[in-house]
Ligand binder design. Sequence first.
Ligand SMILES: Cc1ncc(COP(=O)(O)O)c(C=O)c1O
Length: 383
Amino acid sequence: MVAQIPGGEDAFWSRPDRLAGLETPCFVFDPARILAAYQRLKTALGTPLIVSIKANPNPDVLARCVHEFADGVEVASIGELNVVIGRAPGPKFVASPALDEALVLAAASCRAHIVVDSRAQADLLIGLRPRLRTPPALLIRVNAGALLAGQTSGLKADHFGVEPAEAVALAQALQAADFKVIGLHVFAGSGAFARTAPFIAQAMQALAERVSEALGQPLSILNLGGGFDTSWEDDPTLMAAYCGSLAPLRRHFTVVHESGRAVFEPGGTFVTRVVSTKALGGRWIAVCDGGMAQAFRLAQTETFIKNRRAPIVVPAGPSAPPSDRPVSFVGNSCNPADIIGAAEGMPPPRAGDVVLFDRLGAYHTYTPTAFLNLRNAKKYLVS
Ligand SMILES: Cc1ncc(COP(=O)(O)O)c(C=O)c1O
């Protein structure tokens, strides 16, 4: 069980007593903000919304949110399945390119559905069928790039799912082996919504009709993925046009979406403290007690053009005049990429300043290694 901090009307960092009690580095998750983000996206879409647990597999966060996640959760490993079993009452969808016998048996034993990623996975399931007293219901994952071949969606190719023609063949083979194929799944990638969504809806309709015809019965679920980034609310026209375009599809199928980032990101804050400072090359360096080892995404190592985040800084002492030097916030590792934030026009940083990066509630477990044996971030929940 993670530690609790009391909630209130204001952000927790506006109360010095709440900040003082935090052991840093830490993440503070606020279930109320997560649930509000979930409801906003679900309402805007007007469809069921499945939650991708990979974005925040913290069991205590899940325990406080799962009553609202009734449309289902998507898990990618036995570890994630173990987090949701006994907690998530809605449907569970297991989707992994590395599905193996253990994951199939675990999924079947807790009545989860399986998203089939390849012919090899279909063969694995067919081979295991005699051992499955209650076979899991299946969806076939279609590769988004192959689905949209020839369309100008600017989609980066990935290795997930199968070609559309193969989806039809796999659905038939699985049905012949006495599995229930209930739907199709596609995920064009995180952040791909604006570029791909309208194309996906159209292409999935055509494919779903082909598969339904081949099976001799209609598919019940079309999971169109999502790829919503956290700024999806900035363009309500795009969302409204997209939802309008779903109408023909929704006449025949239950359309669902799934999301991780847009649900969890707004509900988490990374908190670290400045441990020492120095002036170097015309800027201030504020060395923090946490960095890329605990909040890897802040270092933006996977981004070509780095747009450093400006943290909220709660000064340790009385306010001071702004400095004309910019400040680089760096983490506690010896990796030169460990730069977690930048700010201009702030007072010189001081040891003890509290540095907060809000909207960092998703993918906090995404970290490359346990390099340097640095301390893990502590986790708190706003109650
Ligand atoms: C199949 C699938 N669904 C959903 C997600 C969640 O993506 P996001 O957190 O960007 O919504 C991912 C992310 O990798 C994914 O691979």
